[in-house]
Design a protein around this ligand. Structure first.
Ligand code: GLA
Length: 399
């Protein structure tokens, strides 16, 4: 080969790595799926994950939109192999990750995996630091579609640089892989991660407590301008079905939808109650989350312990959610005509003086009249009234 041709090939190769960019066609609406961490922590294995894939299908979760099945921490063997490749724990995953990915794909689902920007994962397994391109290629060879990338054991590492390197490594595989940044909001990823990944955690870990949920909601309120199609604020995975009372589960799920949050379930799908299933698969609430305009909701008002959230939707419709954070029921009265809502972020306007909107309760699926009249309702303790406002009548079938 002539020297010039060789030089040209090297240059092309180098530039395709150096200028590899995040795939902008991925996650145009917030990713939906299931992740092993909230319920199972380190207790994951091949049999259980396959059962979960089966349950995602048989429970109707897949058909409701949940498509990524994500293994969190603790899938790895304690050491890399002799070529420094990552390998699955052979006891937990005897058939390996490629076979598991094939099984997940055969169910019409997508395969997600976890690692960490540090030297070790949070649970102490081999981290990716210094092996970014090698690990990305390995994931691509296993058919991975989603990588959650954590931030433990990163002393002395620059977050923006570390996440950018991994983003480029994923892009260089030419496999579409959603990149989920998980540095807990420590380095304000909303200010720099839009070109890097499809979602970024904004807070520390959620816990299955009402206080944790309301704290996260407060944090999200100020970050709405950073989210949009292909780049979402991630207030962490869902705790629905993990022990909260039904009203709190409903409020949690409703608010994640209002926040255009990724909907990553974290409960045991093999034995969920009918109540949990009805919450996680509520078509109308999911439609609000997945709306193609991709605008995170705004906190319009806080009166006493009732927060009024508004989310503009494609085509001029709106979702409205009254969240009662108090331990007792609260009366709500909302005069639409005296509350013209102008969202400066999306330029959407909710103006009931211009024309009426029909109102549907997204949890009962019942029509509630229109915006000509003041809305009057009682919102139960630690619960929501979540409604859909449309210029034309809509209804959502939950079955
Ligand atoms: C961190 C993350 C969690 C989970 C654990 C796993 O705490 O924020 O979501 O991935 O690590 O060790």
């Amino acid at each position: 080969m002539k020297q010039n041709t060789l030089l040209l090939l090297i240059l092309i190769g180098w530039s395709s790595l150096a200028f590899a960019q995040k795939d902008r066609s991925l996650a145009l609406t917030p990713p939906m799926g299931w992740n092993s961490w909230n319920t199972f922590k380190s207790k994951i294995n091949e049999k259980m994950i396959k059962e979960m894939a089966d349950a995602m299908v048989s429970s109707g979760m897949r058909d409701a939109g949940y498509k990524y099945l994500i293994l969190d921490d603790c899938w790895l063997a304690p050491k890399r192999d002799s070529h420094q490749n990552l390998q699955a724990d052979p006891k937990k995953f005897p058939d390996g990750m490629k076979a598991l990915g094939d099984y997940i794909h055969s169910k019409g689902l997508k395969f997600g995996i976890y690692n960490c920007a540090g030297t070790k994962t949070c649970a102490g397994f081999p981290g990716t630091h210094g092996h970014e391109y090698q690990d990305a290629l390995k994931y691509a060879s296993w058919g991975v579609d989603y990588l959650k990338y954590d931030w433990c054991n990163t002393a002395g590492i620059n977050a923006k640089e570390a996440y950018t390197t991994m983003s480029k490594a994923l892009a260089a595989t030419h496999r579409p892989i959603v990149f989920s940044l998980c540095e807990w909001g420590s380095n304000q990823p909303w200010l720099w991660a839009e070109p890097v990944g499809q979602l970024w955690r904004t807070t520390g870990d959620i816990s299955c407590k009402w206080k944790s949920i309301t704290e996260i909601i407060d944090k999200e309120a100020d970050l709405r301008q950073y989210a949009g199609p292909g780049h979402w604020n991630d207030p962490d995975m869902l705790e629905v079905g993990n022990g909260l009372p039904e009203n709190e589960d409903r409020a949690h799920f409703s608010m994640w939808a209002m926040l255009a949050a990724p909907l990553i379930a974290g409960n045991d799908l093999r034995n969920m109650s009918e109540e949990t299933k009805a919450i996680l698969t509520n078509r109308g609430v999911i439609a609000v989350d997945q709306d193609s305009l991709g605008v995170q909701g705004l906190r319009y008002a806080i009166n006493d312990s009732v927060q009024t959230w508004m989310k503009p939707l494609e085509g001029g419709d709106w979702a409205v959610c009254f969240l009662n954070t108090a331990a007792e029921p609260k009366a709500v009265a909302f005069d639409w005509k005296n509350n013209v809502v102008k969202d400066s972020l999306s330029n959407a306007e909710l103006n009931a003086n211009a024309h009426p909107y029909d109102i549907v309760d997204l949890w009962t699926n019942k029509a509630m009249g229109n915006t000509d009249k003041t809305l009057k309702a009682s919102v139960p303790s630690q619960d929501v009234l979540m409604i859909y406002l449309s210029k034309q009548q809509v209804s959502f079938s939950n079955r």
